[in-house]
Write a protein that binds this ligand. Structure first.
Ligand SMILES: [Zn+2]
Length: 295
């Protein structure tokens, strides 16, 4: 059966796997990029390709940033080794294999959709909650794509005078619904952020720490506000969320759902489902394969 090599590219490592048309993954691996240079990144890709158990039909690359398809250029200002580089052309020249490249959150959205909701849902929003707030949009059964990566949902503002974002504006969701965002909520409620991370916060919440529980509640409220804004655009049948913070959703899901139902545009009530993603960290690879195979 034909397989595509899917690369989930990060700043310091690359997750990889061979994926067939049914979504089965083999040769799964995580490779560390030895030096912080583009040459070392390409060498890592070459090693992955050389050590596969069979030759893939193509390569699908999930990129940690925006992607200009026309000029084959990555926009990743926080990742100097990749920013502005021509990944698709360079890997194709190096390996002699056709490459498809797209933003990682967009591909994760498509993976969740094709291998989860395609039979029952036409319009869906997918958000990733992690170091940033990313996402992808499925419209009439297709991933919304253009010559530049779309759906930069993390840069929708919820407060004109809010926290300063790296993009230059204030109040972006990236600064509120991300890992650093939840820590900031804890701080604002009076918690000490020394050595704190979302996982430690969840441990505290598990032990009924009032401040930690309040932090997750406030996080759920902010997320509900964000999702209600997104739902107002086109009443999607479903909003799904994945990423590291989704794994802690037991501490904010109730609040998220309650608030969302209150905030949702009245005519849309009862029409938009909120759900946690299912594929976890394989969503990007599966989405890359789905797009490559034209599923
Ligand atoms: Zn921003």
């Amino acid at each position: 059966m034909e397989k595509v090599l899917c690369l989930d590219i990060g700043g310091s490592s690359i997750k990889s796997g061979l994926v067939d048309i049914s979504g089965n993954i083999t040769d799964e691996n995580k490779s560390v990029i030895k030096e912080e240079t583009y040459e070392s990144f390409l060498e890592t890709v070459k090693n992955i390709v050389d050590n596969l158990s069979e030759k893939p039909k193509g390569i699908a690359a999930a990129l940690p940033g925006g992607y200009d398809i026309k000029n084959d250029a990555i926009f990743a200002p926080n990742l100097q080794i990749l920013n502005g580089r021509h990944i698709k052309t360079d890997i194709e020249n190096m390996c002699g294999i056709k490459v498809l490249a797209e933003n990682d959150a967009n591909l994760a959205a498509y993976g969740e959709y094709v291998f989860g909701d395609k039979k029952s849902v036409n319009n869906m929003i997918f958000c990733t909650l992690g170091t940033g707030f990313g996402g992808g949009l499925i419209l009439n059964g297709k991933l919304l794509q253009s010559d530049i990566t779309l759906f930069e949902v993390g840069h929708l503002s919820i407060n004109i005078r809010g926290r300063k974002c790296g993009c230059g504006r204030n109040g972006c969701l990236d600064e509120y619904c991300s890992t650093s965002g939840i820590i900031e909520i804890y701080k604002e409620l009076g918690g000490s952020t020394n050595g704190i991370n979302p996982y430690i916060l969840s441990e505290k919440a598990k032990n009924n720490d009032t401040l930690a529980l309040k932090t997750f509640e406030e996080y759920g409220r902010l997320l509900a506000f964000a999702f209600a804004n997104l739902a107002a655009l086109f009443c999607p049948e479903k909003i799904k969320f994945g990423g590291g913070l989704s794994e802690l959703s037991e501490y904010y899901m109730d609040c998220l759902i309650d608030e969302f139902e209150k905030l949702l545009f009245p005519a849309y009530k009862g029409r938009v489902k909120i759900e946690r993603a299912e594929l976890k960290n394989q969503a990007g690879m599966l989405g890359g394969a789905a797009l490559f195979f034209g599923l």
